[in-house]
Design a protein around this ligand. Sequence first.
Ligand code: FAD
Ligand code: NAI
Length: 484
Amino acid sequence: ALGATAFAGVKLGHMWINDDLDDIKYEVDRVFYHFAKKEQERRKVVVLGSGWGALSFVRKLDPSQFDVTVVSPRPFFFYTPLLVGSTTGVVSPGAIIEPIRDNVPNCDFLRVHCKDVDLEEKKVHCDTGLTLDYDHLVVAVGAQPNTFGIPGVDKYGRFLKEIEHGRALRKEMLDIIEQAEVANASGDLATVKRLLNFVVVGGGPTGVEFCGELSDFIKQDLKRRYPKIADHFQVTLVEALPGLLTMFHKSVGNYVQDHLASQGVDVKLNAMVKEVEPEKVHLKTKEGVIDMDYGILVWVAGVGMRPFTRSVCEKIGKENGQTDRRGLLVDECLRVKGTKLGEVFAIGDCAVSGKPPTAQVAYQQGKYLGRMFRLGKEHLISDPEAAPFKYCHQGTMAYIGDSQGAAEIDPNAFIKLGRSSVTDHMWWRSLYGDTDQLRVMGPAGFAIWRSTYFSKLFSSRNRWSVASDWLRTGMFGRPASSSA
Ligand code: FAD
Ligand code: NAI
């Protein structure tokens, strides 16, 4: 009895820490549901993807209820918030990935690309010629970098969306620095300057975080290792809009802009990339078109629909409600519009649900759908009045370099006990004015960013590896070889 009580205590504590109070209610529901439930045939669920949305969905399912197959070309989950750090070597890529098979032990995993869906016959076709039947299909294939059709971006731009992008970018950056050292030895200063101009396109969180990490790398490691070319390192951030980090309050964007400038980043606002050539980028600015030489151009200008998602949209058709160019339109229960109720769902970046394409949204959507399935509420899901998905925004945060961060947190998201909202109180208004958000910038923002993303890592193995990588970087600096 003591052991059982201790186990229940640890389980409750774990759920509480993980901000999962709702789960307690669902666990209780599930136990009672199992008592009441009669033996039924396990229905086939096919999940497309192995990212944030797919994994949080599958982890919530009860495998005794469903026959689950996860289909994805990527046999691991990877923790996107620390991808930028892996490009400079603060963390190693291996520390932020987690094998899918360790996380979905009761499901089948098939490493294939889904190519097509037959919505009438309820079949998915994969690139190896494999065909799978489903009763329920969950599309969680994410998004891909958006080039907006700008000439040269596909060919000469470098992306930062997948783990392979991070690895390739790191290798190329270090190779270019070695080339610059050789050019310097030959006295070719123009080439040195061009090679060492790292142009980052996109002042959203990925672009800002990359500029922050890169300027740290340059200041703390590269200038010391390459003293002869140290003065020529340059990071240029190009953004089409008049400010950075537009999902934050304007004051945060202004702070980040000043901070990056103080770190030596040349921030160019109101500058839109029009064309990219092998060594030159053309920018449209208020003053006219500017040409800029670059050594490497990192394209982090937002995400768009994958060709697979587009083909599903086209298959369903505009006449049946698929009218959005960003992804699959879903209703408030994440059912894909224009498909039979309860058959096809979409979550995460490939779904258009009125929420931003973030891990936070994908994770919560996966969890919601998994709970619905786990509770045996697929009947509810095919019910036009099913309980809708409710998003709880917990905050937005980004690393901005030099051990500083920017965080915007909604304190009400952490109060789940039915108390009145924190920001309704007079003391809040007198301290923070007319806002529901707590904004923290500087070293405190960094502490919040780091501790939050550390606590959200998927496994203890990841936490151990990331903590030791951070310690290694703090003590010995970042590895300087492209093979490390
Ligand atoms: P993904 O996680 O991209 O997963 C898609 C999966 O589908 C992958 O496994 C892929 O291999 C698979 N797939 C693709 N095509 C097919 C196919 N045809 N058939 C089968 N499977 C397929 N969000 C935050 O909230 N906070 C952050 O700090 C944050 N930081 C980020 C940092 C970076 C550098 C980037 C790029 C993104 C960041 N995001 C962050 C956004 C976040 O990563 C995405 O919103 C999130 O990954 C979306 O999850 P998803 O499950 O929809 O897609
Ligand atoms: P984004 O869409 O947030 O930002 C892209 C930026 O590029 C925009 O500001 C846009 O104006 C600019 N841009 C587009 N085309 C351009 C052009 N031709 N020339 C110059 N600038 C151009 O994209 P990002 O940063 O890749 O993020 C993608 C998603 O992932 C977002 O939803 C974001 O919220 C999420 N994310 C969240 C993070 C966090 O919370 N810390 C970190 C990274 C990503």
